[in-house]
Write a protein that binds this ligand. Structure first.
Ligand code: GDP
Ligand code: IMO
Ligand code: MG
Length: 426
């Protein structure tokens, strides 16, 4: 067996959570491979709307085992809240959730450092989610971090205090005011919750499962255009969000990767700072934000909106080796007389069809084609044959440009609002 990888191809919030939930019945194991509580993955079913941050989106299914991989960073405070909410909904978390001992911990001081760093950048800020992601990955690569496996160590508190001491010096450098004593009790409560759950060497668990022919889906967070290497640096997150991140974030060898499922919205959104070639800062952008309810699942911030960007999508398909696409939120584009799609960029006086190194607005502007819109409400559709012709044309256009089939078209937030175009692929 091989591991299928599901990831976002834009700037995050593509609808990964919904699709992982839809696909979980096909899998034995769902493993998150990177990111942390900066993610907000929304699932809707049976009248429940639930947002997950650290826990994989397969947790609501009776059978699947959910793994938080070594590439994930965990804030025990957020984690405890997630666990409490799941227990309230009757989920047997202890039986269905495994946590890698190699996953790094977000300390309260990481969160403070994230805020201090953003404050010091002023107008140049990244627009981070302020969850401590950047500082935690910095300590990981700087070889100072604390890991889940450390919590049973008798010198855990000492290690914690030593790292906090370092952070205090950095916070003093930033002249940042804080009250750590108000943040620590909840953090240590979260550590106790972690101690009550199953912690494993997840790379062994996953590779044994592969040998035993178990079906595994790796769940990405954020999106390819936020990747630390291939995103619009420095306006990115601090992990590898691309397919390669599933190898390092779960301990899977590259030759064990199977299908790569790329999730994208029928348009684009971005939350936080950084270039966004097709951004609409007008009434159309506002309409998409309103109809699409484009407000952050984690921070509540309004998301920036714009037309679909094909050179950016093709870039993500290339970097990830995407084998099938799934298009989300088609319902939100209903009612537009015409829909624009960016096919090229005008870049330093030339027309190009790829995403270049620097795509800041001073250098680059989008070139659009205009396609016919559709007026039909899609939210009640149950099979792809009912899709209006103009939507079919829109889908065909994207398939041709990317060279990858679109196997699912999503027409609403609910599990059931999912049109499966190629049953063999799903
Ligand atoms: P993720 O981070 O990729 O899991 O995506 P988010 O959960 O942050 O954002 C996607 C939002 O769109 C959530 O509120 C979903 O409930 C919602 N959603 C997902 N698919 C669809 C869809 O096809 N149509 C509509 N209208 N909403 C959707
Ligand atoms: P999901 O998994 C959308 C963005 C932030 C900011 C940048 C860096 O729900 O798709 P960070 O806190 O990671 O240091 O912020 O990345 N960002 C996301 N945007 N969806 C996400 O996750 C995101 N996680 C981080 O807004 O611009
Ligand atoms: Mg999200």
């Amino acid at each position: 067996m091989k591991v299928d990888v599901l990831l976002g191809l834009q700037w995050g919030d593509e609808g990964k959570g919904k699709i992982v939930d839809v696909l979980t019945p096909k899998y034995d194991i769902i493993g998150r491979f990177q990111g942390g509580p900066n993610a907000g993955h929304t699932l809707e079913f049976n009248g429940i709307k639930h947002v997950l941050h650290t826990i994989p989106s397969g947790i609501f299914h009776p059978k699947a085992v959910n793994i938080i991989g070594n590439g994930v960073v965990i804030d025990p405070v957020v984690f405890k809240k997630e666990i409490d909410a799941l227990i309230k909904l009757g989920v047997d978390v202890k039986a269905k959730l495994l946590i890698s001992k190699r996953a790094h911990l977000i300390l309260p001081t990481h969160r403070l450092l994230d805020a201090a760093s953003e404050a010091s950048k002023g107008k140049e800020k990244i627009g981070s989610t302020l969850k401590g992601i950047g500082p935690t990955y910095m300590d990981k690569t700087g070889r100072n971090g604390l890991r889940v496996g450390d919590i049973d160590n008798p010198n855990f508190k000492e290690k914690y205090l030593a790292l906090v001491e370092k952070h205090k010096q950095l916070l003093a450098f930033h002249q940042y005011d804080y009250k750590l004593e108000e943040l620590e009790p909840a953090w240590f409560e979260g550590i106790e919750v972690l101690k009550g759950l199953v912690r494993v060497e997840s790379e062994h668990y996953i590779n044994d499962a592969l040998k035993n022919n178990q079906a595994i889906l790796a769940e990405g967070a954020q999106g390819s255009l936020l990747d630390i290497d291939f995103g619009s640096y420095p306006f990115v997150t601090s992990s590898n969000t691309i397919c390669a991140g599933a190898c390092t974030g779960l301990g899977i060898a590259p030759n064990k990767i199977g299908n790569v499922i790329g999730i994208f919205k029928a348009y684009c959104t971005r939350v936080g700072s950084g270039p966004f070639p097709t951004e609409l800062e007008d009434a159309t952008g506002e309409q998409i934000r309103k109809t699409g309810n484009e407000f952050g699942s984690t921070t509540g911030r309004p998301r920036r909106t714009g037309w679909l960007d094909l050179p950016a999508l093709k870039y993500a398909v290339m970097i990830n080796g995407v084998t099938e696409l799934m298009m989300m939120k088609a319902d939100i584009l209903s009612g537009f007389e015409t829909i624009k799609v960016c096919t090229h960029y005008s870049y330093e006086g030339k027309q190009i069809d790829y995403l270049p190194y620097d795509y800041s607005p001073e250098l680059l502007s989008p070139v659009y084609v205009e396609l016919k819109g559709w007026n039909k409400d899609l939210t009640g559709l149950h099979n792809p044959e009912e899709m209006p012709e103009a939507l079919n044309d829109y889908i065909n256009f994207i398939e041709q440009a990317t060279g990858v089939p679109i196997s699912i078209v999503s027409v609403g937030p609910n599990r059931t609002q999912t049109l499966i175009r190629n049953k063999e692929l799903v």
